[in-house]
Design a protein around this ligand. Structure first.
Ligand code: F0G
Length: 467
């Protein structure tokens, strides 16, 4: 397929040098980080694709806004700019700033959930699940079964399974306080949710009078996918699509470290004024006064600009094309990736690349270690390490997929950085059958992938380039 060359739609004004490391250094550094890439010093990473969260580059307009940020404790004008941007785009009147997405999760769930309840989602992100489970709520994933096959191309693999939702509500509606929907569906590969899916979810839950909340971390990417892929949506702007989507819902939780285009921040936006007042009561106790919620005025100011920049269609086109480009390059080299690529990165299918490593020995982690050893690239496992569990009998239940996520920070890396990553993965593929499985030697009690320790069950190869 021929694609017109699409260049990065920005110039670079400030640069940050990348520290290079040798293969020998990395071997030592990885061992002392217990083969857990979260435990590395970031200075020891060459290309950091660990996450797209809070790692983006801000624009000149955002840096300008930062300088004029108002640090007043109460009533800061930066809060009003932030509030008005959220009202404008997300169509909700009540806007509660928080320091990041999980603070919004904790604030909402700890106030309105009770132990024994059940909350369905297309796929809960790990912190969402953990925050629900922390208050005794069962977090149930209802992804559309179309997502089972990682090789299958479908425009909206992030959708919720509507039949499963209807059945669940008929059976369990008394236990369900609200329905959550994550756009894009991060854990399912950064896959979008269609407007049609949201409309149908709304219809299904209407008779039960349950609110629909959106986890909107990557709402702008989702809106542009709708514009590109959903029949009848191409003539609308990403902004119009976002407004249409949110107007069907009752509340938004957002980690603004993604499509807020800033390094920290989040919010909870609601239609229900009484609930908002109740939550503000907790907010003062835990995050801060309701006009800053744990953020500096300058953070709010940068976000008020960032939400609009995330919806800029030149940026969005480049953003989604980057993931598509990397996926094409990898597939040309026979490296299996989740198809089609998501918005915020590319997910390599470690189960297909490393069939000799069983889920219990974490093929995604082995691949993540290889990527670091071979090229200093940091990525994250999204598989049985992040989502595997033990059932009541103590048997290991693997995750549905064994993926390695290459998450792309916004406006940070250029095409040649991505070409380098592709080259490193190609080298790993040449040695794929030699990659060892991994053993967990210390397991952290919660969100274990962040802090657990591992050892390889054999030696990693040297990854010297083959002729
Ligand atoms: N919801 C989704 C869909 C997320 O992807 C994240 C974070 C959160 C909620 C929590 O937000 O980090 O601001 O507290 N995702 C990051 C990631 C960490 O790497 O995907 P937070």
């Amino acid at each position: 397929m021929h694609h017109e060359l699409l260049f990065e739609p920005f110039r670079i004004k400030t640069v940050e040098p990348i520290r290079l490391t040798t293969a020998d250094e990395r071997r030592r550094l990885l061992a002392s980080a217990h083969y857990n890439l979260f435990l590395l010093h970031a200075d020891d990473v060459v290309i950091d694709l660990l996450t797209d969260s809070g790692t983006g580059a801000m624009s000149t307009d955002q840096w300008g806004a930062l300088m004029t940020g108002d640090e007043s404790y109460a009533g800061s004008h930066s809060y009003y700019a932030f509030r008005d941007a959220v009202r404008d785009i997300f169509t909700m009147h009540e806007v509660i700033p928080v320091h990041q997405g999980r603070a919004a999760e904790h604030l909402l769930f700890s106030n309105i959930c009770r132990a024994g309840q059940l909350v369905p989602n297309n796929t809960h992100f790990d912190t969402t699940r953990a925050n629900l489970e922390a208050v005794g709520v069962e977090a149930l994933d209802l992804p559309d079964p179309i997502g089972h096959d990682t090789a299958l191309r479908h425009p909206f693999k992030g959708n919720m399974d509507l039949n499963a939702l209807a059945e669940l509500l008929a059976r369990e509606h008394k236990r369900i306080p609200f329905v959550l929907l994550t756009i894009t569906n991060n854990s399912a590969g950064g896959q979008p949710v269609s407007l049609e899916n949201v409309r149908r979810i709304k219809e299904i839950i209407q008779p039960y009078d349950k609110p629909l909340y959106i986890d909107a971390a990557r709402f702008a990417e989702n809106a542009y996918f709708i514009k590109m892929r959903e029949p009848g949506q191409a003539h609308k702007t990403a902004m119009e699509i976002a407004r249409e989507l949110f107007s069907m819902t009752d509340g938004v939780l957002m980690s603004a470290k993604k499509d807020g285009m800033a390094n920290i921040g989040g919010f909870l936006a609601l239609r229900d004024k009484d609930l908002a007042e109740q939550l503000r009561g907790t907010l003062v106790l835990t995050e801060g006064f309701p006009t800053y919620g744990g953020l500096a005025g300058r953070d709010l100011a940068a976000l008020a600009v960032g939400f609009y920049e995330a919806l800029d269609e030149h940026y969005l086109r480049y953003r989604l094309r980057t993931a598509e480009y990397v996926a094409e390059q990898l597939e040309d080299r026979g490296i299996p990736v989740l198809e089609p690529p998501g918005g915020h990165g590319v997910y390599v299918d470690a189960a297909r690349l490393l069939p000799h490593i069983p889920p219990g020995h974490f093929p995604g982690l082995s691949l993540a270690c290889a990527l670091y050893l071979a090229g200093g690239v940091r990525s994250v496992e999204i598989g049985s390490l992040m989502f595997g569990a033990h059932d009541d009998q103590g048997h290991f239940v693997p995750a549905e997929h064994e993926l390695l996520r290459l998450a792309f920070p916004r406006r940070v890396y250029t095409q040649s950085h991505f070409d380098y990553v592709v080259q490193v993965l190609q080298r790993i593929k040449d040695y794929a059958e030699l990659l060892p499985g991994m053993e967990m030697v210390y397991e952290a009690p919660r969100l274990r992938h962040f802090i657990s320790h591992f050892l390889p069950r054999g030696n990693f190869p040297e990854f010297t380039p083959k002729p």
